[in-house]
Ligand binder design. Sequence first.
Ligand code: 13P
Length: 328
Amino acid sequence: MMAPGKGILAADESDSTAGKRLQMVHLPNEEAHRQDFRELLFTAPGINQYLSGVILYDSTIKTAADDGTPFPDVLTARGIIPGIKVDLGTKDFEGFPGEVVSQGLDNLEDRFVEYYNLGARFAKWRMVVTIDEQIPTDACLEANAVMLARYAQMAQKTGIVPMVEPEVIFAGDHDIARAEMVTTRALQILFQTLIKYKVDLQGLILKSSMVLAGDTYHEQSTPDQIANATLRTFHMSVPHEVGGIVFLSGGQSPKRATENLNAIAKLGPQPWPITYSYSRALEEPFLLAWQGKPENTEHAQEVLLHACKMNSLAAEGNYVVGEDQVLK
Ligand code: 13P
């Protein structure tokens, strides 16, 4: 999963979130369009050179390509490891306004066996951390961390690599210092809990947000500020034996996500391999080129390949911003 020069595509949107992607190209949220969208992503020529894994959603891992080959088999045949998102979204954390806890532990052991048999070899669980004046609370970070630890234990028992994702939400008017404090706290609580629950850290991947000022803060963080704050945060909270760190794009523009990854990689090497696991920053350039039209397919798949290639270069600190005319 952490092969040098490769990253991960998160194509694990729920059916309703996939509908938001399709809305960008004016397609109705119907099963046939979701299938078409995913098939074009997974079969894009050349992407196996840059992608080590693709994260799927419950309905997607059970969907087949037009020729009848199940999506996980399409990926495996290309040397790409199928993964699965296993949390079932969030619900309000009672008594803590504005905070949420992820759910999905019920029957998870059985679901892991089912997903393993379908070809999944890693699994993602996302917890959501929102920044506001009074939040996040330690109580919410702790409740989520326990859920993540239980899921990670079960995953490892089934032979599935857990990818733990505490996403600190980019939306907000907080400054970068606050984002750094919150991310450090969330990661410290998470790793203390994972250790307490005897999760094997070598067989675990951290999926993290980058540390940056909120999207409505008056001064947007520069790549250098983001790289320094993000790596300081990791060095304060992520044990060195963790198998790897991958980034979500979190609503940053594709170009910005790539540029920031590049700035982080340039400060390496770090104790952990570091790469990308983007959804929007890889899918949006594809969608804009595709527009849901068959005549645009080839070009759209080339754009996806380009986005994967640029991020793979960035993961090694070799992305040259000025030379990239495609990503916006
Ligand atoms: P984005 O890259 O769009 O943030 O999505 C990654 C992800 O997996 C969020 O859970």
